[in-house]
Design a protein around this ligand. Sequence first.
Ligand SMILES: NC(=O)c1ccc[n+]([C@@H]2O[C@H](COP(=O)([O-])OP(=O)(O)OC[C@H]3O[C@@H](n4cnc5c(N)ncnc54)[C@H](O)[C@@H]3O)[C@@H](O)[C@H]2O)c1
Length: 415
Amino acid sequence: MTLLKNHNLFFTVTIIALALFAGCKNDPYSYKIKGSKIVYNTPARPSNQQSMLGFACDPIENVRVGFVGLGMRGPDALRRFAHIDGATIAALCDLIPERVEKAQGILERRNIPRAAEYSGEDGWMELCRREDIDLVYLSVPWQYHTKMAVYAMEHGKHVAIEVPAATSIAECWELVNTSERTRKHCMMLENCCYDYYELTCLNMAQQGLFGEIVHAEGGYCHNLEPYWDRYQGDWRMDYNKEHRGDVTSTLIRTRKGKTILIEHSTMTPRPYSRMYQLVGTKGIADKYPHKGIAVGLKLDTNIGIEELDAEKFCTEEEYLLLMEQYQHPITSTGGLAEKAKQVGGHGGMDFIMDYRLIYCLNNGLPLDQDVYDAAEWSSLVELTEVSIKHGSMPVVMPDFTRGEWDKIQGLQFAE
Ligand SMILES: NC(=O)c1ccc[n+]([C@@H]2O[C@H](COP(=O)([O-])OP(=O)(O)OC[C@H]3O[C@@H](n4cnc5c(N)ncnc54)[C@H](O)[C@@H]3O)[C@@H](O)[C@H]2O)c1
């Protein structure tokens, strides 16, 4: 998915196995079956809205952040933000007051002043209404993501939402429309885009090492058995039971004829895998279960020039040379990679994501991921389920950019 930013997800989706995902009850953005395809309506942009492509707000010297959701995931964000200059942890909120108090302890241990605190079912609304908050950071159960994000944007806040940002096509449009109308950023916190290996391979791909990319694979295959009892109110298992279970495979064909395979599996015992494969006309990158690069080129090693063979994975020495040579500029600049490894968060990628979010807001730059990415990536939730309902029929995805999907060429990290 990393490579496929900038709205190439405007294509036909074919679902080839079982599904996890959500339904579209009362969805005003409904679909029709045309010929052998499911086609979603793309509603015209209301006249009081403008595109958010390339949007940048005025620089915010100190980003005051309100965190909502302090279960398993939320407190990790606090620990990371404690290491980010240019941001202040301004407010904390959770349904359960004891979780807020526990999170205050994280701040106290780092000599950070206690933050304003909110709890109960509606405490998050009060947090969003505060005048002294710039960004609301949501780590709550999925059913709250869009509702809270929309409310926060309507109260003048930028939002960062855990994955997925939305669980239906109607919610995806709500995010897009609200962001366009309020001129507030809406970013989905897709951390896996920021792992060192993925960023380095992205750089390799953008510099043409793999030739033309023709296929990509990604996924979330993680046995959540040890965690099921810890989700507050069992929200995640309830969601799975209400919709579909393991395993989901989604096959996508883009407008430009590329293919993408995406898998989701959280209930079967198996080694963790995000799959991750890039297939180009000159070579490939693989990550799970084997991390390796196979590419045909001449490489200057310490024993002379080596001729690499695209049909064999590089040796350890060749691999390390390539990783160093192609390290992504955002991780090599200012020692970010080293700092991220120290702070941690899935090995550092979570820190790089948060750092980039705050860096862009501090400097008034477009964010790495925009509201259209959030909508496109999250839209697979409903599209997958609808496809399965219709015997795995192909679905034409809605174009959340409303015709501007190829306006920005390639993934860019603003500097
Ligand atoms: N990107 C990643 O690597 C990653 C990893 C883990 C979780 N997540 C995401 O983070 C989100 C949270 O997951 P989790 O594992 O922390 O779940 P969790 O159940 O442990 O935490 C959710 C928290 O939200 C709180 N909450 C519920 N309703 C609320 C309300 N009305 N107001 C305020 N707080 C409320 C709960 O009390 C709980 O503390 C999910 O979207 C999940 O998909 C992402």
